[in-house]
Structure formats: structure tokens, C-alpha cells
Design a protein around this ligand. Structure first.
Ligand code: 13P
Length: 249
């Protein structure tokens, strides 16, 4: 049985003070919740405050990005060691907004995944098709390509902590949710590709999250659909009550 992972992705929202307020209000709402793993991925600037605020609770704090080099002249970047040093062990890699607006490619996703695994992180690798690709019946190809390239030269042994998030780009921030059936089909494609890369046992244990307009009122249907092992939640995760309602689907 795969334990579900419900992750918040705050994107570029909230100051450190607002993060503290979030945890003050959110933690009591999920206190003692053991059924699912809970992670809140905050902007870099909020990580230290959030780790402090969540200390001793059942909620982990994650980053939304990291660089693949250990250190160096990379202005504006953050390394795995820096994240580890402040108590962060989860990191989102290759979010579609990073791919769309910051030129991340399947190759940089691969570099980041290797660096994250090397540093002992739980990487949440995002894949997903844009609307034109879905309409042109290319969803299959896109998901297979993104997985294949992300996993290039990664071994099953190294990848043990891997989590994949299926985020159809047309469903992100649009209020258009993939139906549970559409999500289940995509998850099956991803699990199939993971089987090719890492073998059946690995694929059976892999958690594949769904992301894209997950809200309190659709969380139950999505979370109980075949092959969906959790959620990556954007907009609705900014509000403690809404995110707690999703966690408690
Ligand atoms: P929304 O939940 O706001 O659609 O965002 C989804 C997402 O991109 C999570 O990473």
C-alpha cells in the first residue's frame, strides 16, 4: 500500500511572517494525521521560518527548486547542501512554470534529479502536457519523453525516494481539473514508463501525485481514483483551512 503524499506548492506567495501565520493555523487542523504524508513547499526565503514553525509536527517543509551543482559562481541559485543545512529534504523539480518561464528542459531536470538523489532528498519530479499536445493526442509521447529523459542514467537503487507529479499544464491555475479518469490514465502511462526505466517492483512502489486545480471539493474523487497517490496543490494550499480540507479529503 503506497502512503499518499499531499504537497503544497506555494509558488511565489507569502512572506516569512505570513508563513509563520500559515503554520500556526494549519498545524492544529492536521494534528495527528498519519494516513498521508504532508509537505509544504515554500519560497526559499520562507524555508527557515517554516522549518522552525513546523518543527516537531507531522508536516515537512520542501523547496520548489534547487541547482544541480554543489556550489559555485551561480548568482541567485541555491544548492542541495544549503537546503539540507536548514532541515529541508523535499524538493520540487521541473515544475511546468520552471520549464515555461525559466527555460528548464528535460536535461536540466535530469541534472537536478541526479543532484537531489545524491544529496538524499525526496525529489518530486513534475511532468505534464500542454493543451495543444493533449488536443493533438500527444499526451502519451510527451509523458514518456519527459520521464525517459528525467531518468536518464539514474539507477533504480539511487532513485528509491523518487516521487513523480503529473500536472497537466492546462489544469494548472485554470480551475479546469483533469477528471479522475484522465488523471488515472496519465498515471498509468507514467507508471508504465517507470516500469521500463526501473522495473516493475519499483513502479509498483512509486508514488505519482496529481496536480492541477485540486480543491477541497474535488480532492476526494481524485485521491481515491486508481493509481493516484497524492496531490500537488497550488492555489488552494495558500489557505490553511482549504489545504487542511484537502489533506483530510
Ligand atoms: P493549482 O492548484 O493552483 O492549479 O496549481 C497546481 C500546481 O502547479 C502545483 O504545483
Amino acid at each position: 500500500m503506497r502512503k499518499k503524499l499531499i504537497a503544497a506548492n506555494w509558488k511565489m506567495y507569502k512572506t516569512p511572517e505570513q508563513s509563520r501565520e500559515f503554520f500556526r493555523d494549519f498545524l492544529p487542523l492536521v494534528e495527528g494525521h498519519e494516513r498521508d504524508e504532508i509537505v509544504v513547499c515554500t519560497p526559499f526565503i520562507d524555508l527557515a521560518t517554516s522549518v522552525e514553525a513546523a518543527r516537531g509536527s507531522n508536516v515537512a517543509v520542501g523547496a520548489q527548486n534547487m541547482h544541480w551543482e554543489k556550489e559555485g559562481a551561480f548568482t541567485g541559485e541555491v544548492s542541495a547542501a544549503m537546503l539540507t543545512a536548514i532541515g529541508v529534504a523535499h524538493v520540487i523539480i521541473g515544475h511546468s512554470e520552471r520549464r515555461q518561464y525559466f527555460n528548464e528542459t528535460d536535461d536540466t531536470v535530469n541534472l537536478k534529479l541526479k543532484a537531489a538523489l545524491e544529496a538524499g532528498f525526496v525529489p518530486i519530479v513534475c511532468v505534464g502536457e500542454v493543451l495543444e499536445e493533449r488536443e493533438a493526442n500527444l499526451t502519451d509521447d510527451v509523458l514518456r519523453r519527459q520521464c525517459l529523459r528525467a531518468f536518464h542514467k539514474v539507477s533504480a537503487k539511487k532513485a528509491a525516494s523518487l516521487v513523480v507529479a503529473y500536472e497537466p499544464v492546462w489544469a494548472i491555475g485554470t480551475g479546469k481539473t483533469a477528471t479522475p479518469e484522465i488523471a488515472s490514465d496519465a498515471h498509468a502511462i507514467i507508471r508504465g514508463e517507470v516500469t521500463q526505466s526501473f522495473g516493475e517492483e519499483f513502479a509498483n512502489n512509486l508514488r505519482i501525485l496529481y496536480g492541477g486545480s485540486v480543491k477541497p471539493d474535488n480532492a476526494h474523487a481524485l485521491m481515491t481514483a486508481e493509481g493516484i497517490d497524492g496531490a500537488l496543490v497550488g492555489g488552494a494550499s495558500l489557505d490553511p483551512k482549504a489545504f487542511a480540507a484537502i489533506v483530510n479529503y
